[in-house]
Design a protein around this ligand. Structure first.
Ligand SMILES: Nc1ncnc2c1ncn2[C@@H]1O[C@H](COP(=O)(O)OP(=O)(O)O)[C@@H](O)[C@H]1O
Ligand SMILES: [Mg+2]
Length: 224
């Protein structure tokens, strides 16, 4: 079954202004349930923009996005927020953690938009930390962590609502090679458990471990 479908999607930043920038140019793409996909391309080619659109963090200027066969209407912000929270876990480029706060607080953020008691939220957050092997770091401030630990926190946060889809933007970008392969293995295991995983990466060795690689250049898909 098709999880994501992009139909003639273009994205232009600062439309109509002097600094207008066409980041995506007529993208057509389908991704099935349970796929493990990498997106590669040079810096500035539009990888993050593509991932943000798939994850409903940003909307296309032109074209349509379908998730599970349902067309996403950009004006339906309530429904988009619900999909984003329950279906999609996003691992942001450079972790995107709140540095003054603890690991537990960071991992709890996606649950703030859901119903549930504080006790239940804490339990769910601790489960996610356990899955990533960092339960012992729960009360630490995130600025005291190593890069690999920060990335585990970012992945735990993406998993906390048990989404079916994990979108990871350069999850190994700032890590050494040993830590990188640990993080990649975590993502591969999540895919093996049935989650759809899409990884944006510079690293051709990571791309090789995925079942499918999409290469983009200047906002266009140039190879599959
Ligand atoms: N918020 C933004 N406002 C204006 N231009 C942007 C914005 N985000 C990205 N861009 C531009 O869009 C293009 C694609 O960026 P991006 O998707 O971040 O590429 P990548 O992730 O492949 O490095 C680049 O030229 C970048 O400068
Ligand atoms: Mg990027």
């Amino acid at each position: 079954m098709t999880m994501f479908k992009l139909e003639n999607v273009s994205k232009t930043y600062n439309l109509g202004k002097s600094n207008e920038c066409k980041a995506l140019d007529n993208i057509n793409l389908e991704i099935e349930h349970g796929e493990l996909v990498s997106i590669i391309g040079e810096s500035g080619s539009g990888k993050s923009t593509l991932l943000h659109i798939l994850g409903c963090l940003d909307k296309p200027t032109e074209g349509n996005l379908y998730i599970n066969g349902n067309k996403i209407n950009c004006k339906d912000t309530k429904r988009i927020a619900k999909i984003r929270n329950s279906e999609i876990g996003f691992v942001l480029q450079d972790f995107g953690l709140i540095l003054g706060e603890t690991v537990l607080e960071n991992v709890s953020v996606p649950m703030l938009f859901c119903e549930g008691t504080l006790g239940k939220m804490r339990k769910q957050a601790m489960n996610a930390l356990e899955l990533l092997g960092i339960k012992n770091l729960a009360e630490k401030k995130t600025n005291q962590l190593s890069g690999g630990q920060k990335q585990r926190v970012a992945i735990a946060r993406a998993l906390v609502n048990n989404p079916n889809i994990i979108l990871a933007d350069e999850p190994t970008g700032s890590l050494d090679s040993k830590t990188s392969s640990e993080i990649v293995n975590i993502l591969l295991e999540l895919n093996a458990k049935g989650k759809t995983v899409i990884i944006v990466t510079h690293d051709i060795n990571i791309a090789k471990q995925c079942n499918r690689t999409i290469e983009i250049s200047d906002g266009r898909i140039i190879s599959e």
